[in-house]
Design a protein around this ligand. Structure first.
Ligand code: ZN
Length: 84
Protein backbone atom coordinates (compact mmCIF):
# COMPACT_ATOMS: atom_id res chain seq x y z
CA UNK A 1 0.00 0.00 0.00
CA UNK A 2 1.29 3.39 -0.92
CA UNK A 3 1.71 5.83 1.90
CA UNK A 4 3.61 8.64 0.35
CA UNK A 5 5.35 9.98 -2.70
CA UNK A 6 8.14 7.74 -3.95
CA UNK A 7 10.50 10.65 -4.13
CA UNK A 8 12.67 10.06 -1.06
CA UNK A 9 13.08 13.80 -0.65
CA UNK A 10 9.35 14.39 -0.65
CA UNK A 11 6.91 13.55 2.11
CA UNK A 12 3.64 14.20 0.35
CA UNK A 13 0.99 11.75 1.60
CA UNK A 14 -0.63 9.56 -1.05
CA UNK A 15 -3.57 11.12 -2.81
CA UNK A 16 -5.01 9.24 -5.78
CA UNK A 17 -6.55 12.43 -7.15
CA UNK A 18 -3.23 13.91 -8.04
CA UNK A 19 0.15 12.89 -9.27
CA UNK A 20 0.91 9.73 -11.14
CA UNK A 21 0.43 6.14 -10.12
CA UNK A 22 2.52 3.49 -11.79
CA UNK A 23 1.94 -0.22 -11.46
CA UNK A 24 4.80 -2.58 -12.08
CA UNK A 25 4.41 -6.32 -12.20
CA UNK A 26 7.62 -8.15 -11.82
CA UNK A 27 8.16 -11.84 -12.09
CA UNK A 28 9.89 -13.37 -9.15
CA UNK A 29 12.08 -16.36 -9.68
CA UNK A 30 11.87 -17.33 -6.03
CA UNK A 31 8.15 -18.09 -6.08
CA UNK A 32 7.25 -21.70 -6.64
CA UNK A 33 3.47 -21.56 -6.92
CA UNK A 34 1.79 -19.81 -9.80
CA UNK A 35 0.30 -17.23 -7.50
CA UNK A 36 3.67 -16.10 -6.35
CA UNK A 37 5.18 -15.72 -9.75
CA UNK A 38 4.24 -12.12 -10.14
CA UNK A 39 4.61 -9.35 -7.68
CA UNK A 40 2.71 -6.19 -8.34
CA UNK A 41 4.13 -3.04 -6.94
CA UNK A 42 2.70 0.42 -7.00
CA UNK A 43 4.65 3.60 -7.10
CA UNK A 44 3.22 7.04 -6.80
CA UNK A 45 4.61 10.47 -7.50
CA UNK A 46 2.76 13.41 -6.04
CA UNK A 47 1.51 16.23 -8.21
CA UNK A 48 4.50 18.43 -7.51
CA UNK A 49 7.02 15.71 -8.24
CA UNK A 50 5.18 14.69 -11.40
CA UNK A 51 5.98 18.10 -12.79
CA UNK A 52 9.66 17.54 -12.20
CA UNK A 53 10.14 13.80 -12.51
CA UNK A 54 8.86 10.92 -14.56
CA UNK A 55 8.72 7.35 -13.36
CA UNK A 56 10.41 4.82 -15.52
CA UNK A 57 11.67 1.29 -15.13
CA UNK A 58 14.53 -0.61 -16.62
CA UNK A 59 14.61 -4.11 -18.04
CA UNK A 60 14.85 -5.57 -14.55
CA UNK A 61 11.73 -3.68 -13.53
CA UNK A 62 13.60 -1.47 -11.15
CA UNK A 63 11.77 1.79 -10.87
CA UNK A 64 13.73 4.91 -11.54
CA UNK A 65 12.84 8.52 -11.23
CA UNK A 66 14.05 10.57 -14.12
CA UNK A 67 14.11 14.34 -14.22
CA UNK A 68 11.61 15.69 -16.67
CA UNK A 69 13.55 18.86 -17.42
CA UNK A 70 15.29 17.54 -20.48
CA UNK A 71 12.07 16.61 -22.19
CA UNK A 72 10.55 19.97 -21.45
CA UNK A 73 13.59 21.72 -22.81
CA UNK A 74 13.57 19.61 -25.93
CA UNK A 75 9.91 20.23 -26.43
CA UNK A 76 10.40 23.95 -26.09
CA UNK A 77 13.37 24.18 -28.40
CA UNK A 78 12.04 21.86 -31.08
CA UNK A 79 8.63 23.48 -31.26
CA UNK A 80 7.87 21.84 -34.57
CA UNK A 81 5.90 18.77 -35.49
CA UNK A 82 6.04 16.03 -32.89
CA UNK A 83 5.30 12.53 -34.00
CA UNK A 84 2.41 11.23 -31.97
ZN1 ZN B 1 6.44 14.20 -4.16
Amino acid sequence: MIKKCCNPECDAPFDYREGRLVRISRSSSSGTSAENRFTIEHFWLCGNCTEVFVLDHDSEMKVKMKPRDKKLLERKSVHSKVAA
